[in-house]
Write a protein that binds this ligand. Structure first.
Ligand code: NAP
Ligand code: GLV
Length: 321
């Protein structure tokens, strides 16, 4: 649930209905019923706001998503219906970059395995090759998606004296200058990087961007880090690559299906570090995201222009009327 004081801010301005359960997302049936009569919804990334649902909401003016990613929303359909879609960019950039780097370090230095090793009473003596991993300082990092979070990861990588390669839809000369980052084709990035970090949005173009062919191009000592969205990586191909030691390890914060089923093969691999989608999970950042999502929602309901519109075209059309 959102923090109480932020719910109160919303409730002071409009009639508010809240899904009260922390541990289960709002069921589709409830959403289908409730959306019929509302002017706005504040959604989480667990809600699939598709065309069918938007069709059921004749009064809807805004879908305010409490996330920067909005692949859970059919933006095209919302735009057709004049429904504004907003998100929460920027506020979570540094926090998500911290987690991306933490996951990279955790995976490279086998921290989870090492901690379990100690707790399970297996630590008998200091031994030369015990729990050895990969170096981070001075290694090459390849960033796929040099946007806000990608750049924040590059900033951290520079502090580790890493060589920075990146692949992006468009070149970023300012990032190249600031962090000595080099733009390269995806194939070259995969072949040359010790760490490959995925930070693009999830779209039809990035669906399974990293599959069998791409994993084969990576170094045998290479490490894949995904803190963007699960569907960008073909999980079956990743499992094969990890089991066959075609790559060294993977660190994943996101999955095709969330929560990832407990019997998923990836969860059985010691060289696959898995986290429950906590990229932006600090108290300060989650509060900031909630505040921004509330602000987006209320601005729209009051007839203003929310700060972060995904489909500002809707506003342009309205101003012409
Ligand atoms: P952003 O600033 O929009 O950056 C995305 C970058 O990806 C942009 O530079 C964009 O290129 C590039 N890109 C888009 N499509 C591409 C394609 N087909 N091929 C190559 N590059 C492409 O977004 P952000 O704020 O950094 O967030 C990135 C994503 O991280 C979000 O969409 C979200 O899914 C994920 N995320 C996850 C967590 C978590 O909890 N794990 C937290 C926050 C965000 P251009 O510069 O040319 O537009
Ligand atoms: C989290 O995954 C986000 O997109 O904000």
């Amino acid at each position: 649930m959102l923090p109480e004081d932020i719910l109160e801010t919303i409730a002071n301005e409009c009639e508010l209905k809240v899904w009260p359960k922390e541990d289960i997302p709002v069921p589709r049936k409830v959403l289908e019923k409730e959306i019929q009569d509302v002017d706005g919804v504040l959604t989480l990334l667990t809600e699939n706001i598709d065309a069918e649902l938007i069709e059921k909401a004749p009064k809807l003016k805004i879908i305010s998503n409490m996330a920067v990613g909005y692949n859970n929303i059919d933006v095209e359909e919302a735009t057709k219906k004049g429904v504004l879609v907003t998100n929460t960019p920027g506020i979570l950039t540094e926090t998500t970059a911290d987690l991306t780097f933490a996951l990279l370090m955790m995976t490279a230095r086998r921290l989870e395995e090492a901690s379990q090793f100690l707790r399970q009473g297996k630590w008998k003596t200091w031994s030369p090759m015990l729990l050895t991993g990969q170096d981070i300082y001075g290694a090459t990092i390849g960033i796929i998606g040099m946007g806000r979070i990608g750049e924040a990861v590059a900033k951290r990588a520079k502090g580790f004296d890493m060589k920075i390669l990146y692949y992006n839809r468009s070149p970023k000369p300012d990032v190249e200058e600031k962090y000595a980052a080099q733009f390269c084709e995806l194939e070259d990035l995969l072949a040359e990087s010790d760490y490959v970090c995925i930070l693009t949005p999830y779209t039809p173009e990035t669906h399974n961007l990293i599959g069998k062919r791409e994993l084969t191009l990576m170094k045998k000592t290479g490490i894949l880090i995904n803190t963007a969205r699960g569907g960008i990586v073909d999980e079956k191909a990743l499992y094969e690559a990890l089991v066959n030691q075609e790559i060294y390890a993977a660190g994943l914060d996101v999955f095709e299906e969330e929560p990832i089923p407990l019997d998923h093969p990836l969860l059985k691999l010691p060289n696959c570090i898995t986290l429950p989608h906590i990229g932006s999970a600090t108290i300060k950042t989650r509060r900031g995201m909630a505040q921004l999502a509330a602000e987006n929602l209320l601005q729209r309901l009051k007839g203003g222009q929310p700060p972060h519109c995904v489909n500002p075209h809707v506003l342009k059309l309205e101003s012409k009327k």
